[in-house]
Design a protein around this ligand. Structure first.
Ligand SMILES: [Zn+2]
Length: 286
């Protein structure tokens, strides 16, 4: 089974690198920043928690949320909050199971033994202890790939469409203040604006210099949603997503680390432990 094989993987897989790039590019979630904006106070900045958790998850398979919190030195509450966000974004899978409350069992036994309680009564009391709900979490690498490919693909398609089919911009404008003149010209007017004596463009109204605009060349912000502005935006977008796009291309078609359901994972670990004659246990590292 694929997920069993991946347990023994060493080194950082390309899918793991992709997950780390993704969290930094698109998922710098901060509930405290939202809170700060809303109410003007927040205890601490938690914008990097998701990043810390994803990095830690790339070094693990299925892991108990409490163990993860301990490993990254954050409170269980902070970690749960960030993992809920990552679950909503479909980047992690969480699973809830009932487990024996070993701490409580040990405390019960210790107290009873101190008081010389009979073994069968101790066992009865231990059996009566409610199981507790424990939550496990793992990164879902195939979903990380899908979410990124969709997000980048959709944005690129939209920008490309506007760059090709968007409204034609005003290409030239008079440098005079809009209150004085500031007339705008389309590219069709360009030829008749050329002053043959100076070989420069002159405003037909006020004779001031006419400059190209729309792509931000005149120092002002690009004209909104014109083809020129969208071409500039598309170029900027491609620069920004360059690293992630390269990483997406690298992992495309390769099988991501798969840990199976928590059930499958747990059973596989038990079988592996039995086969090696070991006692099992310990954290899983992928
Ligand atoms: Zn003018």
């Amino acid at each position: 089974r694929a997920f069993v094989a991946s347990l023994g993987a060493r080194g950082m897989s390309e899918h793991k690198k992709l997950a780390r790039l993704a969290i930094r590019a698109f998922y710098r979630h901060s509930s405290s920043k939202e809170r700060l904006a809303r109410t003007g106070n927040a205890k601490y900045d938690n914008s990097r928690i998701a990043e810390v958790l994803v990095d830690a998850l790339t070094r693990r398979t299925w892991v108990k949320e409490d163990d993860l919190a301990n490993a990254v030195l954050l409170s269980a509450k902070q970690v749960r909050k960030a993992l809920l966000y990552l679950e909503e974004q479909r980047l992690v899978t969480r699973a809830h199971v009932k487990e024996k409350d070993k701490d409580r069992e040990a405390r019960t036994r210790a107290r009873a033994e101190e008081n010389n309680v009979d073994e069968h009564i101790i066992m009865e009391r231990i059996r009566a202890i409610d199981k507790k709900i424990v939550t496990y979490v793992c990164l879902n690498y195939s979903r990380v790939y899908d979410a990124l490919a969709l997000r980048i693909g959709t944005a690129r398609k939209e920008l490309k469409h506007l760059a090709e089919k968007g409204p034609v911009s005003v290409l030239f404008k008079c440098v005079n203040d809009p209150e004085i003149c500031g007339k705008r010209y389309s590219s069709l007017d360009a030829a008749r604006l050329m002053d043959p004596t100076t070989m420069s463009f002159k405003c037909a109204v006020c004779a001031a210099e006419v400059i190209q605009c729309g792509g931000g060349e005149d120092g002002s912000a690009p004209e909104p949603r014109t083809r020129e502005a969208m071409r500039a935006a598309l170029a900027k977008f491609e620069t920004q997503v360059d690293r992630i796009q390269k990483q997406l291309d690298k992992v495309k078609g390769s099988v991501p680390p798969q840990y199976g359901t928590l059930n499958e994972y747990t059973r596989a670990r038990k079988r592996a432990a039995a086969a090696s004659g070991g006692g099992g246990g310990g954290g899983g590292f992928g």
